[in-house]
Design a protein around this ligand. Structure first.
Ligand SMILES: [Zn+2]
Ligand SMILES: [Zn+2]
Length: 144
């Protein structure tokens, strides 16, 4: 299967070794992509493992969010130093939503962790190309 992070690589060659903790992400961007993939495949252990603040106590809540939505796509807007800004598109109860966040990452115990994120306001532009890459406009595709 293709990697959920949309790198164009197979899952096996891309995020899976990170999610299975066989190797560590080499950059905040790699970690960000692998965390998106972990949301898609519902690997909550990895989401907790790679987050500075989450604990096992948060597991049910994270799993409910990961599994309660239909993930559509990840778009990286900017990435430098310890910052990654992205938009993650998903459907909640059939309605297209976008999570636009500017995340900061830190090295802790020798590997990158998600430290914090600032949510930014983004609206779904109904005439924009659909994030699912169908080639159709959002309003004629996932945004109907
Ligand atoms: Zn990937
Ligand atoms: Zn679509």
């Amino acid at each position: 299967m293709l990697c959920p992070c949309q790198s164009g690589l197979t899952y096996h060659a891309c995020c899976k070794p990170l999610i299975k903790k066989q190797k560590h992400p080499s950059s905040p961007l790699e970690l960000m992509r692998s965390r998106y993939s972990a949301f898609v495949v519902g690997d909550v252990d990895y989401l907790i493992y790679s987050d500075l603040h989450s604990t096992q106590a948060d597991k049910a809540e994270i799993l409910a969010f990961a599994k309660g939505v239909e993930w559509i796509s990840l778009e990286i807007l900017e990435s430098y130093d310890d910052i990654v800004e992205f938009q993650a598109y998903y459907k909640l109860n059939g309605t297209l939503q976008v999570l636009h966040e500017r995340s900061r990452f830190v090295v802790h115990n020798g590997r990158w962790h998600y430290a914090e994120g600032r949510l930014l306001n983004s609206k779904i532009e109904r005439n924009a190309p659909c994030p699912c890459k169908s080639g159709k406009k959002i309003k004629k595709c996932c945004g109907t």
